[in-house]
Design a protein around this ligand. Structure first.
Ligand code: LLP
Length: 412
């Protein structure tokens, strides 16, 4: 459910005519609906019936500080995967005790930053990482809270590049024996405290049975860990819930949480979830203008540097014309200006359009702007937030100076 809809044949975001945003800020331009974000956060929060829980928004999906601050005010915690993301959420006033730090390659400085800020947990992904955290904790005379991320051996379906929960994937710890060995080590350690068990099985997951299996596995392993003597605070089932990209039927957060609550009914730990896409995905669109029409191609001003998903994963995004058409009788391949054959936004897409029309690439809120780049020396697009009848820029379009500001001309 989102707040992008046609009214009087024009596409609106909440109460704003999207053509007005395109006129004022130009294209390509990301537009987010505050009401949609709010709705998705509320759905997650209200879906829990019984358990104490924590929703940690996955910052990697959409990380503009204006959006993070709003999500923080809604009471969510955050899942971060880098020092940069950690600094972003601290910058907007996040409660450190609601921050989870995931990721396979946390550097010394990133760990130190997390320790200095007393975050809720480092979700560790290897034995080597445990020793590194322990060493830093010991040198600073601290006791650090950590959770072990394991692989529940669940193949969640979806694109190969976004599966993470199978044995042998680069994330988490694959063998239960290794998990128990680490848990034993932590139990003996003066500087480490085991607070949770975590997993994240993938992204754009449409089959809730994968979550049921994951919940069963995490519960089983947590029982064995508690036998060592640990008293856990939470079980973290990660993010990954899929969303509709092309009118497909997808499971809701309520259905997901109901399955998790059923499976974890009799445990004492809090449940943590790390949703990204299912909160931010259809809260955003990317506006783009048709520059040229050639043969069966609509050549638009947004490209793979602005929205990488179609080029990287052959991901499909619906594309709408801001002007609603009575009937559609044209089929186009929509491409961007970047000099790569993979710079295709949509293939064989049914849409009526003329040169100069503005189109909305839908469901671009998650893994859209955050994966943008300056390839072909293209400046990153502007980001605009709509709130009811008003809209404000929350990141200006980059300029040529932004492109070269860190470059040093040795010939000067
Ligand atoms: N927690 C962890 C540890 C993760 O690695 C991720 C996503 C999430 C939570 C949030 O997952 P979500 O709810 O957003 O599915 N760039 C890809 C998606 C990569 C997902 C990476 N990890 C895409 O555009 O489809």
């Amino acid at each position: 459910m989102d707040y992008f809809a046609y009214k009087n044949n024009k596409l609106y975001c909440e109460d704003v005519d999207l053509q007005d945003i395109a006129m004022q800020y130009g294209t390509p331009c990301y537009v987010y609906s505050k009401k949609t974000l709010e709705r998705h956060v509320d759905v997650y929060k209200k879906a829990f019936k019984s358990k104490d829980n924590l929703i940690c928004f996955s910052v990697k999906s959409l990380s503009n500080i204006s959006i993070l601050e709003f999500i923080n005010k809604k009471g969510c915690g955050f899942d971060v995967v880098s020092g940069g993301e950690l600094k972003r959420v601290l910058h907007v006033g996040a409660d450190p005790k609601k921050i989870i730090f995931s990721g396979v390659g946390k550097s010394y400085d990133e760990i130190l930053l997390g320790i200095q800020n007393n975050i809720l947990s480092f979700n560790i992904e290897s034995e080597a990482e445990v020793y590194r955290i322990e060493e830093i904790a010991s040198s600073k005379n601290k006791v650090v809270d950590i959770a072990i991320r394991f692989n529940p051996e669940v193949d969640s379906g979806g694109h190969e590049y976004i599966k993470t929960g199978r044995k042998g994937d680069k994330f988490g710890i694959s063998s239960d024996d290794s998990v128990l060995k680490i848990a034993n080590h932590i139990y003996q350690s003066k500087n480490l405290n085991l607070v949770g068990l975590a997993c994240h099985i993938g992204s754009q997951i449409l089959d809730l049975e994968s979550y049921r299996l994951t919940a069963q596995n995490i519960k089983k392993l947590s029982i064995n860990i508690k036998k060592i003597g640990h008293d856990l605070d939470f079980l973290d089932l990660g993010g990954g819930l899929g969303i509709p990209y092309e009118n497909d039927k997808t499971p809701s957060p309520e259905e997901l949480i109901s399955i998790i609550e059923q499976e974890l009914e009799d445990i004492d730990e809090r449940i943590v979830l790390e949703p990204g896409r299912s909160i931010s995905g259809n809260a955003g669109i990317l506006l783009t203008t048709v520059e040229y029409i050639k043969e069966n191609f609509l050549i638009v001003d947004a490209a793979m540097n602005d929205l990488l998903r179609p080029a990287l994963y052959k991901a499909k995004h619906d594309v709408w014309n801001l002007k609603e058409m009575e009937s559609i009788d044209q089929v186009w391949t929509i491409v961007g200006p970047v000099c790569e054959s993979s710079d295709v936004i949509a293939r064989e897409h049914s849409i009526n359009a003329n040169e100069g029309d503005v189109l909305a690439i839908k469901t671009a809120g998650a893994y859209g702007f955050v994966m943008s780049s300056n390839y072909n020396s293209r400046v990153r697009p502007a980001e605009v937030m709509v709130d009811g009848k008003t809209f404000n820029v929350i990141r200006s379009r980059e300029s040529f100076n932004d492109l070269i500001k860190n470059e040093i001309n040795l010939n000067d």
